[in-house]
Design a protein. Structure first.
Length: 102
């Protein structure tokens, strides 16, 4: 996967929020290495980033909360690992039964 700006931003916020909530401190530096090209990305979090991160993750949760718009295109092989299994209504749209464990 290519490391685009949005993916790096998400990783940055997840890392600092997790660190603050679990360890009660934030890392001095976050280093991300893109596996495909070996490029390194460095981030230096500040205490102000924690509030930004929580707001960003709440926005992501809100945007992903309505999962009905994700049912149009899917790959059934991914169903066992899909985080939307408990709210997915794909079988009612397609007339099929669940083929995955939930």
């Amino acid at each position: 996967m290519e490391a685009n700006a949005e993916m790096l931003k998400l990783y940055f916020y997840i890392t600092i929020v997790f660190s603050e909530k679990v360890f009660q401190k934030i890392p001095k530096r976050i280093e991300v290495v893109t596996l495909l090209n070996g490029k390194k990305h460095f981030f230096y979090p500040t205490p102000e980033n924690i509030h930004e991160g929580i707001s960003y993750l709440q926005l992501m949760k809100h945007l992903l909360g309505e999962s009905s718009r994700f049912n149009g295109v899917y790959n059934e092989e991914e169903c066992p690992t899909c985080p939307f299994q408990n709210v997915c209504n794909r079988e009612t749209q397609n007339g099929t039964q669940n083929r995955y464990l939930s």
